[in-house]
Design a protein around this ligand. Structure first.
Ligand SMILES: Nc1ncnc2c1ncn2[C@@H]1O[C@H](COP(=O)(O)OP(=O)(O)OP(=O)(O)O)[C@@H](O)[C@H]1O
Ligand SMILES: [Mg+2]
Length: 1107
């Protein structure tokens, strides 16, 4: 199984022992041998409990890859082989999950790999914490602050090619999810003396070399720099180039990092201008010039460099020049100006350079902090990473080394306090039996340095502040007096006889037995460095610079803010900031990385036993292991312990109802862990041997797997059952549907069969019934017929008999009548004349006629000529009379009707009659006109003032006055015209104003043409050659065509005694000026309602569409 290859415990494939606590036997040799063995196998990390020992491999190992990050991510501390990532992961997770602020303390001497370790911690945390654009930017800015600070704050020393020359503590801030929010960097005392002077074999800060190697010609020119290192006095020459370091490419990295961190272009520019100014300051040289008072005054040798500096920084050259020659001392509102000699001038120059550079560095830190500051105000969790300069022992150790070593001393103390002391105290607190382990507590050394009354730093301050001549020697004297008896202080001058003959200790030195060894400090420069004096003239000159950055770096140069109080000394400042740092660290959960340097040659693969042994000793690592071993390797509060391992015992799994401690007791008892392997404290269980812990972990893992299997099993069972139940239910549903469907089909089949059978039966029954009914009916009918026949026969017989009887009676009557007649005639013959028959006949006729007329009188119809009623004729012989009488009666009543008419009415009827004769059955428009009365004067010409002119022009009686449409012969469009018919003329006048357009005597009108259809178009044809005919015939349209044509006809007839020719045809010719145009009437659509439309089709055809 591939899984087998994954390490699950620190114990897997262990080279030597991964945790020194497991070392057997435990002594210095075995300790070193174990480290060496592991180092030889590229295992540079080893644990002492939770402390990581890191040995600098001096070469790149493939153990920091992203895969490694993943491997260590979320794994238990003891699960994998020791690694700085395991410690980082542990710290990050307890920060994220348990809400404990963390600090990672990285200690070790210069070159032991602290800075590298701090970067590894940061990069690991960056890799495992949250993702996202914003978070990534924060991470990137945090990480990129490193190259910037290293370029300005690191330098090559004899011990380390990239030695941190400042202390750095960085708080990385996280939100509740563990996503980084930002950070705060604190810096501690930059070793600024390096700016002006470097020990042999060492370099100035990297940035100077980087700028000269990496900047473009153009940029260098802008900064007034030259590429040649040897041009600059401040750059130590003997090791300007460092093997394996590419200053030029590093410069690009730094610029890029500055951009990422958020430096504006102008800020970057200003920073490099200050760097250039510092470099160039070193080139200013002074010469003595005798003055009248016999004193030497310094003068600048070559002012060229000064001029360039002033151009670069915007400082007034004369101001700076004066500041290098004079010094103003202010005391009680009095200003005294003294000249500077050459040495003082050099001192002033160097002080300025150091101050400029160190303030620039502090400004950089502040500026970076501004960029990486967390943006939110939410509660933050903090992980602090401390990378401070390592313990240093040089040939010549000065104030800086003293300060650095003091800092390391404090760190060692905090380590002792938090691990050794805390460990022992915890056992006591927890009531665990414990035999005290002796360890060296360096509190006494810290006290020697920092004690407020008798401490070296206090002494130095006192000396600096003391009036009178103060020198380094007076300081040493004082030390010798006060500290002579201190067991960690050594001096030849002290009264203590111990060192009187110690020739290794020069007179101008003192020696301190630090926890990490004895260090001899040259007292020279202590006072000056502690004072950190910059002449006020210089700071004022800087403040006056026309350069915003430089101005900001020297706020005390502002004359408005003159402060006569001495600024705090470098020593006291440092002491205060170290105290704050210690306080800060004590509030956090510490994680230790103790770096060890394997050799002095910065070489890979070399393990110098003596050197390592020395470090192990002073780091107190062996004591550390002993304390761990004497006590218990692992401890945990009962609740989390029970929570973690409760699954290992039936009684505690899944819930333990009692107190946690009892639960753990039951658990350990059940697991059969030997009693000597653990101890119950008040709140914690202590496990003596890590192996026990590993065993527990293994059991837990195994059990977890079993539990997982169980859960999986139950889950699978549940899943299968759920699925089964679902399928079962589904099956029931499906089956019910299928059954229902089948039953439905069966039922339908049965139903239809039943219907068929039923219908057959019904049919059969019905037919049977029908047959029966038919039979019955036929029987009935037959009876009826027979009865009818019988009745008929009887009736006919009766009728025959009656007829016979009647005939006989009639015959009898006739015979009787004839007989009577004969008898009467015979009797009366003698009384009758010859024509009596005729007279009787006539009389009878007369009687009948009389009766007829009298009857007619009674039945007479109404006098209305349209009443069609007429009584029926009574006698056939009166047929013709009856018809004649009807005709006469009609004529008579018509006459009667006519006689009622006035002349006016008569005229109208005449006209109507005329119209009927002219148009009836000829023009389709005619029937509609029958009901319309002919009014003639539709327009009130005489009344309407608009037509006054027209009325005046026409003096005859107006027969017709009506608006007609005159059809434009060119396009068929209509124009309104007034049509006037007088006794003699036809006139056309403008409708608007009454102007006469045409006047035609009736005699010139030859013909009127119109269609047979239901339209009002008509053409008035004029006599050829007449005056009116020059414009051609008129084509008009009117709503009263029938009336107009009739009146025109009648008027023409009465005036000219000639009948006007009225032509009714659907196609006729009209004379238009010279041309004859055919007007053709066609059947049109009803598009425009019932209005006929007229369209000119071509030159010869005008088409009228009649709907
Ligand atoms: N884990 C590592 N892997 C490879 N090389 C390392 C490692 N740690 C340190 N080094 C090498 O050792 C050199 C010195 O390390 P580093 O600068 O971290 O020392 P330091 O303890 O910070 O020293 P100082 O106190 O002088 O700042 C590095 O420049 C690097 O070349
Ligand atoms: Mg470092």
């Amino acid at each position: 199984m591939a899984k087998m290859e994954v390490k699950t415990s620190l114990l897997d494939d262990m080279i030597g022992v991964g945790d020194m606590v497991l070392l057997e036997p435990l002594n210095e040799d075995s300790f070193i041998n174990n480290l060496k063995k592991r180092f030889d196998h590229n295992e540079v990390y080893t644990y002492i409990g939770s402390v990581v020992i890191s040995i600098n491999p001096y070469r790149s190992l493939p153990i920091y890859t992203p895969e490694k990050v993943e491997e260590y991510r979320n794994r238990n501390f003891y699960e994998l082989s020791p690694h700085i990532f395991a410690l980082s992961d542990e710290a990050y997770r307890s920060l994220r999950d348990q809400d404990k602020d963390q600090c990672i303390l990285i200690t070790g001497e210069s070159g032991a790999g602290k800075t590298e370790a701090s970067k590894l911690v940061m990069s690991y945390v960056a890799a495992v914490c949250g993702k996202g654009a914003e978070v990534n930017q924060v991470k990137e800015q945090l990480l990129q602050s490193n190259p910037v600070l290293e370029a300005f704050g690191n330098a090559k020393t004899v011990r380390n090619d990239n030695s941190s020359r400042f202390g750095k503590y960085m708080d990385i801030e996280f939100d509740f999810k563990g996503d980084p929010l930002g950070g705060v960097i604190s810096n501690y005392l930059l070793e600024k003396s390096r700016v002006v002077k470097q020990p042999r074999g060492e370099r100035n800060f990297h940035i100077f070399y980087q700028i000269l190697s990496g900047a473009s010609e153009e940029f260098l020119c802008k900064l007034k720099l030259e590429r040649d290192f040897s041009r600059y006095n401040y750059l130590g020459l003997d090791s300007a180039k460092v093997n394996g370091v590419d200053d030029a490419s590093n410069f690009r990295t730094v610029r890029n990092a500055m951009q990422i961190v958020g430096f504006m272009d102008h800020e970057t520019q200003s920073v490099f201008e200050v760097v250039a100014a510092v470099l160039k300051l070193g080139n200013i040289e002074f010469k003595p010039e005798s003055r009248a008072n016999g004193l030497d005054e310094s003068k600048i040798k070559d002012k060229n460099e000064l001029k360039e500096i002033c151009e670069l920084t915007g400082i007034d050259q004369s101001v700076l020049e004066r500041a290098f020659s004079f010094r103003t001392v202010e005391a009680k509102q009095e200003k005294v100006s003294t000249t500077l000699n050459v040495a003082q001038a050099y001192y002033a120059r160097d002080a300025l350079a150091k101050n400029l550079y160190s303030r620039l560095f502090s400004w950089l830190v502040t500026r970076i902090n501004e960029s990486i500051k967390a943006q939110t105000k939410v509660r933050k969790k903090v992980m602090g990473v401390l990378d401070i300069y390592g313990f240093e022992i040089f040939e010549d150790n000065s104030f800086e080394q003293f300060i650095i070593n003091y800092c390391n001393e404090k760190l060692q103390q905090i380590f002792i306090e938090l691990t050794l002391k805390e460990e022992q105290e915890e056992y006591i607190r927890e009531g665990i039996e414990w035999t005290n382990i002796e360890y060296f507590n360096n509190a006494i050394i810290c006290d020697l340095i920092e004690n407020n009354q008798t401490g070296i730093l206090a002494m130095l301050d006192e000396e600096c502040l003391r009036p009178g001549t103060v020198t380094d020697d007076t300081f040493l004297e004082k030390l010798n007096q006060v500290c002579a008896t201190h067991q960690h202080f050594e001096s030849r001058m002290s009264k203590c006889s111990r060192f009187l003959n110690d020739t290794s200790l020069p007179h101008s030195c003192f020696r301190i037995q630090h926890y990490a060894g004895k260090v001899m400090y040259q007292v020279e420069g202590f006072v000056d460095k502690n004072n950190d004096l910059l002449y006020r003239d210089l700071s004022q000159a800087m403040w006056k610079a026309n350069h915003s950055l430089i101005k900001a770096l020297f706020p005390e140069g502002n004359p408005a803010k003159i402060n006569l109080k001495r600024p705090p000394t470098a020593g006291s400042q440092f002491k205060a900031s170290v105290a704050t740092l210690m306080k800060n660290l004590q509030t956090k959960n510490p994680n230790y990385i103790r770096c060890i340097k394997p050799n002095d040659k910065k070489a890979a693969h070399i393990f110098n036993d003596a050197l390592v042994c020395h470090q192990i000793r002073y780091l107190g690592l062996l004591e550390n292991v002993r304390v761990r071993r004497a006590g218990y390797a692992f401890r945990q509060a009962y609740e989390p312990c029970l929570e973690r391992y409760k699954m290992l015992c039936k009684q505690t799994w899944p819930h333990w109802r009692g107190p946690a401690r009892a639960g753990v007791e039951v658990l350990f008892d059940e697991l059969g862990i030997p009693e000597e392997e653990f101890s119950f404290g008040r709140s914690k269980i202590f496990i003596r041997n890590p192996r026990t812990l590993f065993k527990l972990e293994d059991l837990r893992k195994q059990r977890l797997e079993d539990l997982a299997t169980l859960i999986e099993k139950i889950y699978r069972g549940w899943k299968c059952r759920t699925r089964f139940l679902l399928m079962k239910n589904s099956q029931i549903v499906i089956a019910s549907w299928v059954r229902r469907y089948a039953q439905q089909k069966r039922y339908q089949k049965i139903k239809s069969s039943a219907i068929i059978v039923q219908s057959y039966i019904r049919g059969w029954k019905a037919r049977k019934l029908l047959r029966e009914l038919k039979h019955l009916k036929r029987c009935n009918e037959a009876a009826t017929i027979i009865a009818a026949y019988w009745h008929g026969t009887q009736a006919r017989r009766e009728l025959k008999r009656l007829k016979e009887e009647a005939r006989r009676k009639h015959a009898v009557a006739v015979i009787w009548a004839y007989w009577l007649g004969l008898k009467v005639r015979r009797e009366y013959r003698k009384f009758f004349r010859a024509n009596a028959g005729r007279k009787i006949y006539e009389f009878t006729l007369q009687r009948l006629m009389q009766k007829y007329f009298l009857e007619m009188k009674k039945k007479m119809p109404s006098l209305s000529p349209i009443d069609k009623n007429w009584p029926a004729r009574p006698y056939l012989f009166l047929d013709s009379t009856h018809k004649e009488l009807r005709r006469i009666f009609h004529l008579w009543r018509c006459k009667k009707y006519r006689d009622q008419f006035t002349d006016q009415q008569k005229l109208i009827y005449e006209e109507k009659l005329e119209a009927s004769e002219l148009f009836k059955d000829k023009k389709a428009l005619y029937p509609a006109s029958v009901g319309q009365p002919f009014q003639g004067a539709y327009l009130e010409i005489s009344e309407n003032p608009k037509y006054k002119k027209l009325k005046d022009a026409v003096d005859e009686k107006i027969i017709i006055a009506e608006v007609v449409n005159k059809i434009n012969r060119a396009n068929g469009k209509a124009t309104s015209r007034i049509f006037l018919l007088t006794k003699n003329n036809v006139l056309l006048a403008d409708q608007k104003n009454g102007t006469i357009k045409s006047e035609v005597p009736l005699g010139d009108v030859t013909k009127v043409s119109m269609s047979s259809q239901n339209d009002g178009f008509f053409a008035v044809h004029l006599k050829e050659g007449s005056e009116a005919a020059t414009k051609g015939d008129f084509l008009l349209s009117s709503d009263h065509l029938i009336e107009m044509a009739t009146k025109l006809y009648r008027t023409t007839l009465s005036q000219t005694k000639q009948k006007l020719n009225i032509e009714i045809s659907d196609e006729f010719l009209v004379q238009f000026k010279q041309d004859k145009v055919c007007v053709k009437f066609i059947q049109g659509s009803q598009k425009n309602g019932n209005i006929p439309t007229c369209k000119r089709k071509n030159n010869r055809l005008l088409e009228v569409a009649v709907p």
